[in-house]
Design a protein around this ligand. Structure first.
Ligand code: SF4
Ligand code: SF4
Length: 181
């Protein structure tokens, strides 16, 4: 099972076979020999904490910019986990989002309601955190430079932590493969 754990990262629940395969792989990955997955779980926890740390800044900016938006980016395609989001979710024992076929990709995201996204930020697909549209970027250009520098540094730290989490996953996959042979 572990030998097949690599697959495309940009999977979606909309391809049922690929999705179920990935979920089954990760389920097996975290169920068997859980001792060596501990560094991965810790790395995911750090990602969660770093997302939490930048949440209020992003929230502050979207609260100003998004109400004026005429082309809202929260379409259903963007609310879907990819493989990397799944790894993160499994590492934190998060329940997987429930996806039903009653939304088209371009419909408003199923997690969106009148007061915004129903998922707390650290439980959203990661693209929902790293996506900054032109309007948001333009707005940030008018913020105090020190504040933006602080956010940029925190965001770089988050990106690095997420890369470390994915590297930890790859490392365990390789280690298990070697032990298997
Ligand atoms: S982030 Fe940008 S594109 Fe998305 S809703 Fe806000 S203003 Fe619109
Ligand atoms: S931020 Fe929330 S509502 Fe918007 S696309 Fe992401 S999951 Fe959907």
């Amino acid at each position: 099972m572990e030998a097949n754990v690599r697959t495309r990262w940009d999977i979606s629940w909309r391809d049922a076979d690929e999705w179920q395969h990935a979920v089954a792989m990760l389920s097996s990955f975290f169920r068997t020999r859980t001792d060596d997955a501990q560094p991965l779980r810790l790395a995911a926890l750090r990602v969660k904490m770093l997302i939490d740390a930048i949440d209020s800044f992003i929230q502050e900016q979207t609260a100003v910019v998004c109400p004026w938006c005429t082309d809202v980016c929260c379409i259903d395609r963007h609310g879907a986990f990819d493989l990397h989001d799944l790894i993160y979710a499994f590492a934190l024992d998060l329940p997987l989002p429930h996806y039903s076929h009653d939304h088209r990709e371009i419909d408003p995201c199923r997690f969106l309601d009148a007061s915004g996204c129903r998922l707390v930020r650290w439980q959203r697909p990661f693209r929902c955190t790293w996506h900054f549209c032109d309007a948001l970027i333009k707005h940030m250009h008018n913020l105090p430079a020190k504040k933006v520098r602080g956010f940029n540094a925190a965001f770089q730290e988050l990106l690095a932590a997420r890369a470390e989490m994915l590297t930890a996953f790859e490392h365990i996959v390789q280690k298990r493969k070697q032990q298997h042979h």
